[in-house]
Write a protein that binds this ligand. Structure first.
Ligand code: FES
Length: 284
């Protein structure tokens, strides 16, 4: 299925049309277009977002209660970070608690979220991604001495937590893959049983060459340069990052003393060292 731009409207069952219309108008900030404007034999209210989507409230006798366990059923609005800050300030002024994020531990760097429930308990997520979600983040670990060539057999994947990278030894040599997910700066993990890197934040998967497998269109994991000393020590420079659009055997460093990463044709990236911090509340 392909979409003509975006989805059209969202239909929400409510138990009290007046109460819910007031919530979506005064709290969420939608514009009321009118009552009973659509072919529906129950009372309705049609509201407009500032995009071309609509929200249709339909009054029904019984709205199923939101699962006590929390569940994962919800709708989400994606805002830019300035809209998010304005929305947060507005909700707080209306007496809502905005600091509650039941899935905080699953959020990627720069991913901000507020949960809000309508009068019937329908859960809405208000979401935004700050600029830190796509920054290239260095750990500050500098050059990491990983071990000797023979410590890493062909097929091995070794995680270096301090430098936030994986050292991969494949048939072509050594690759150092940055652990930061290229989607929105989640931290990937190596799932040996599936032979891929996995980002638990939104489910991205990358093969052993660091290339993305899926439909989100993520770039391959970034490379940190590998060098091999005269004594066979494998080192990784965690201060430098390179972007690429595919895996090429030339990106791997041959397993012999004196070999080093050749970034020819790859894009060196500008790095941020600062720990990401959420926008300050005064930035509204
Ligand atoms: S941050 Fe979204 S999948 Fe990794």
């Amino acid at each position: 299925m392909s979409l003509d731009g975006a989805f059209s409207h969202l239909t929400i069952e409510v138990s009290d049309l007046d109460k819910s219309e007031a919530f979506y108008r005064d709290v969420i900030g939608l514009d009321v277009l009118g009552r009973n404007l659509v072919a529906e034999n129950r009372p309705t209210s049609l509201l407009a977002m500032n995009t071309r989507q609509r929200v249709l409230l339909v009054e029904v006798p019984d709205v199923p209660p939101y699962p006590a366990s929390g569940g994962s059923i919800h709708h989400a609005w994606l805002l830019n970070i300035d809209q998010f800050i304005r929305a947060r300030d507005r909700l707080e002024a209306l007496g809502y608690e905005t600091g509650i994020d039941p899935r905080q531990s699953f959020r990627a760097v720069g991913e901000y979220n507020m949960d809000i429930h309508d009068p019937d308990g329908n859960r809405f997520q208000i979401q935004a991604f700050g600029e830190e979600a796509t920054e290239v983040l260095a750990s500050g670990a500098g050059t990491v001495a990983c071990g000797r060539i023979e410590d890493f057999p062909v097929g091995s994947v070794t995680r270096f937590a301090e430098g936030r990278f994986f050292l991969v030894r494949n048939d072509d040599g050594f690759l150092a893959l940055s652990a930061w997910c290229t989607h929105k700066n989640g931290i990937t993990i190596w799932q040996k049983e599936s032979w891929h890197f996995y980002c638990p934040f939104h489910g991205a998967k990358f093969d052993r060459g660091g290339c993305y497998k899926g439909h989100m269109g993520c770039a391959p994991l970034r490379l940190n340069p590998v060098s091999i000393g005269g004594d066979g020590t494998v080192s990784v420079d965690t201060d430098r990052f390179y972007a690429r659009d595919r895996y090429d055997p030339a990106q791997a460093v041959a397993p012999r003393p004196g070999a080093e990463f050749d970034g020819t044709g790859l894009e060196p990236l500008t790095v941020s060292y600062d720990k990401p911090t959420p926008r300050k509340r005064s930035h509204g």
